[in-house]
Design a protein around this ligand. Sequence first.
Ligand code: PGA
Length: 245
Amino acid sequence: MKIIEAKDYQDLSKIAADYIIKKVCTFPELKLGLATGGTPIGIYSNLITDHQKNGTSYQGVTTFNLDEYVGLSGDHPKSYRYYMNHNLFDHIDIQKNNTFVPLGDVDDIQRECTTYENLLQEHGGIDLQILGIGNNGHVGFNEPGTSFDSETHVVQLTPSTRKANARFFSSLEEVPTQAITMGISTIMQSKEILLLISGEQKKDALNRLLTGNIDKNFPASVLKNHPNVTIIADTAAFAGSKVHS
Ligand code: PGA
């Protein structure tokens, strides 16, 4: 795993955005895997600014999001489809029909898992996947204990994940209890992965990732088996790291 230390959240967002912009300019038909949550907001904001100033075009780009809450429709303000439209897609020239987020409000959620997994295969897989990490090591919504062989599937969210995400809702009760997520095997099939880790609250997760063994109970550890992972973490996240001076 390559490691880049950013000064702070702003610096991390800029470095990651520049990385993505360079890829999009080199490969205009990039298949880009996207994440939601707090961490990527700054990146998306940098991509928008660059698009407006420098005209970087996303006309040929196809995106696939990692996950979606079960039970929320795409126009629900807390859904990840809404988040993506609002924080990125509505402000760049990407073709909306080339942006894919799992559907959370379908009758047959198991079928949606298969459909999404097939969609990824039909497009030849993801070239560059943006990833965050949960305090418990989850990637996407793959919670501790998830099989490394998993494909897109439905998960029961852990109390700690629901609590961490309650900040985006009016109350903890409102946070959905299930999500649909790309599996660990799905994520590992991406040709390249950019893992973003920001803030003091992620320092234990970063430390465990850097120093711990590969272990199903800390899903992000599987990334050590991937040939092309770059971690961009800020100084605050490195604070707990024993291997880092
Ligand atoms: P965050 O979430 O970016 O909101 O911290 C990351 C994650 O839970 O994967």
